[in-house]
Design a protein around this ligand. Sequence first.
Ligand code: SAM
Ligand code: SF4
Length: 361
Amino acid sequence: MTDELFDKIKSEKPLTAPDLRKILELESPEDLDRLFKAAYAVKERVTGRKVFLRGLIEVSNICKKDCYYCGIRKSSHMERFQLSLKEIVDAAMWADAHHYGSIVIQGGERDDEPFIKLIEDAVREIKEKSAGRLGITLSMGEQMPAVYRRWFDAGAHRYLLRIESSNPELYRKLHPPDHSHAARLKCLETLKAIGYQVGTGVMIGLPFQTIDDLVGDLLFFQKMDVDMIGMGPYLVSRDTPLAKEMPDFETLKAQQLKLGLKMIAAARLLLKNVNIAATTALQALDPRGREQGLLAGANVIMPNLTAVQYRSSYQLYDNKPCLDENSEQCRFCLERRVQSIGESIAWDEWGDSRHFAARKK
Ligand code: SAM
Ligand code: SF4
C-alpha cells in the first residue's frame, strides 16, 4: 500500500487528494524517513542544498485584530511597542552588513496612516541605504489595495499573508465574527495582481482541524498558484480563547512537530518549485525543529533580528525560542545548525521563489 504511494511519489505523477491524505497519515519511522528523503530530493533538485535567509524584524505588537489563537491579539493585556523608523532601518542594515540578502518586516495589523507611512518610509530608506541589495518581504496582514500598492512602489517585492485555514468554517471558529475569510482571499488576489511574490500558509494541528482540512490547504496553495509557503504548527498561547480547546498541548508537542514536517514534505512534493519556510514554531517544539524542516523539504529560514528588549513583547505563543539571544548570537547558532545537516547559507542572495520566475514567463 505505501509502496504504491512511494512509487507514485518517485515517478512524480501529479498527487491527488487521496495521495496527500495518505502522506499525512504516514506514521512509521521508516515511512516518514522515506517521505522526508523524497521531499528533500525534490528540493535539492529545485533549489540545491542551500538555505535562503530572511532576517525577521518584528516592528510592532499593536494589532486591531483579535484572532483567538494569537498572543498579541487586541484583547491581550501586555505592554505594546512600535519600533521607530531608525530602529527598523538599523535592524535592516545589520542584515545587509551580515550578508543576509533579504528581510521580512512583520507586525500586528494596523490601518492608521502614521503606521502605513512608517512602513512605506522604512521600505524606501532600506532600499536606498542598501543600494537595492536587500530583498524586502512584508507581512502586515490585510490592507486596502492602495496600501499594498504604496508599499510595493516603495520597494517591497514579497508579501506573506497566511490564509490560516482554507476551510471557511474552520476559519470562523478561530476568529471573531468580524474577521472575514473572503476578505483575506481577496487580499491574496490583490497582492498577486499588484505584482508581489505572494506567500500564504496555515497553522497545522489546530483544534477542530481534520486531515481533510490539511489536504484542502495543500490543494488551496496549488490552486492559488502561490510562490511561497510559510506554515507551522499551532502552538498554544496560554491566555487566548483557543488555548482551552487544547488543554493537553504539552503531551501533543511531538505529534504537532511530526504533522508540521509532513505538511512541509507534502507541500514540496506537490508544489515543487516554491519557497517553503522552516518556521520558528518548529524550533519552539524541538531545538532541532528548523533543521528537521529543512530536511523535510523547506529551503528558507527567518532568523529573528528584533532587538532583545522587544522580543518578549512579541510572543505569539508560549515558549517562543531565542528570546534572550541577540542577532549576532542567532547568526552563529544558525550557521552551525545549517552546516550540521550538510547545507550552506546562500549569503547575499535574494533567493526569490523559482515559482515566481516560472509564473512570470
Ligand atoms: N498580523 C499579521 C497577520 O496576521 O498576517 C502578521 C503577523 S502574525 C503574528 C503572523 C502569523 O503568526 C499568523 O499568520 C499566524 O498564523 C501566526 N500565529 C499567531 N498565533 C500563533 C500561534 N498561537 N501558533 C502558531 N502560529 C501563530
Ligand atoms: Fe493580529 Fe496577526 Fe495576531 Fe491576528 S495573527 S491577532 S492579525 S498579529
